[in-house]
Design a protein around this ligand. Structure first.
Ligand code: NAD
Ligand code: 4TP
Length: 348
């Protein structure tokens, strides 16, 4: 497999190895081994990919767990070369069985990587998956990295966006969410003209600033079937979403909608826009994951640092087998490096 060239990096990327009982440590080890051409991957990713260096990474995790994961994916000794910031476990790891006693360890990974990126020690942060329920089971209010990083950054709004390429489309498919990890019953109340306006401002600003899209075009989904059918199937499009889009247009944002969500995910619409704004998690992400699962990237917009992640979860059924695929982790690392370049230019 020939990987694209490493973008210029002036600082390492901070990598969170994620839930230790999930596939996070394995995909972290496999991705880095492939990018630097180490172990079983030595010689495989010829040429450009080998330009990644062990010191391009600072991996946060439990040293023994990382060493075992590296051996499992055919790269024993990887973390003798790649710098590790050791975050101790709270309990021994059993593959496929997350333990709430390791919640503090997982949050230590998140805090360590975020702070390293914010303090400038690292250029961006990349996260392997966590098991949200295991952290919540420890009595900690946690619904996802996105919300946790927003709180740590002290910003009251960020935007979750997943992106990937599919042969069905000429452009990358990017799906942003108006609401994130929220029970469906709570979604309508969370969609207000103000929240939508702020989401669109962040989305448009980051598409311009971090993605280098000079005049981003955004398509917005309705909430109800057929975008409310003129008010007969719900009024949110008329009372909330439509006015929020009018106000965004008045601020110079190129938005189209609200369009019925069932038909907007079509090349005729998608090839003519840079991002879709979906109203809720399972309206937009199943489409994105159907088209790109396994090589997509999750990006948090609106943070003071660049943060990317894999498009998959902890895959407890695969943990400890060495069969988890690392392509999404590689895509997340490559995207972080690329976005960090734009982000630094924007900040400077
Ligand atoms: N970035 C993150 O932290 C993140 C992202 C998504 C889900 N999650 C969390 O992960 C946990 C499990 O979620 P889930 O079961 O819905 O989704 P999942 O992505 O873990 O698993 C869904 C299916 O995809 C397969 N799969 C996942 N990753 C794979 C890989 N790298 N290679 C090959 N196959 C892979 C799994 O084996 C499973 O069959 C939940 O707690 C969820 O909240 C975390
Ligand atoms: N919503 C994400 C997905 O489905 O891929 C996932 O839960 C991760 O979200 P965080 O990055 O906020 O943990």
């Amino acid at each position: 497999m020939n990987l694209p060239p490493r973008p210029p990096l002036d600082r390492p990327l901070a990598i969170s190895s994620g839930e230790p009982a999930g596939v996070g440590p394995e995909v972290t080890a496999a991705a880095i081994a492939r990018l630097i051409g180490f172990g079983a991957a030595a010689g495989a990713p010829a040429g450009a990919a080998a330009r990644w260096l062990p010191t391009d990474f600072l991996v946060f995790g439990d040293r023994a767990t990382l060493a075992a994961a590296a051996a499992l994916v055919g790269a024993p000794g990887l973390f003798d070369l790649v710098p590790v910031e050791h975050i101790p476990l709270g309990a021994p790891v059993v593959a496929g069985k997350p333990d709430a006693a390791n919640a503090a360890h997982v949050l230590g990974l998140l805090a360590g990587t975020f702070d390293a990126a914010r303090d400038g020690r690292c250029g961006a942060l990349v996260t392997a998956p966590v098991q949200k329920a295991s952290i919540a089971d420890a009595g900690i209010d946690f619904s996802g990295h996105t919300e946790w990083f927003a709180e740590r950054a002290g910003v009251d709004r960020v935007v979750m966006m997943l992106a990937g390429r599919t042969p069905m489309l000429r452009k990358p498919l990017r799906v942003a969410l108006a609401t994130t990890h929220l029970a469906v019953a709570d979604v309508p109340a969370a969609i207000t003209a103000d929240s939508l306006g702020r989401t669109l401002d962040i989305l448009a600003a980051d598409l311009r600033g971090d993605f280098g899209i000079a005049a981003p075009r955004i398509v917005v989904a309705g909430l109800n079937p057929h975008a409310g059918e003129g008010g007969h199937l719900g009024r949110e499009e008329i009372d909330v979403i439509g006015p929020a889009l009018d106000a965004a247009r008045a601020r110079g944002i190129d938005v189209r909608g609200p369009l019925p969500a069932d038909t907007l995910f079509h090349p005729r619409v998608l090839d003519d826009c840079d991002a879709v704004l979906s109203m809720f998690h399972d309206q937009g992400l199943p489409v994105l994951k159907f088209a790109t699962f396994g090589h997509g990237v999750n990006i948090t917009l609106g943070l003071p640092v660049v943060r990317t992640s894999v498009d998959h979860g902890t895959a407890l059924d695969l943990a400890g087998t060495g069969r988890a695929e690392a392509d999404s982790m590689i895509a997340a690392i490559e995207a972080a490096a690329e976005l960090a370049r734009h982000h630094a230019r924007r900040a400077g």
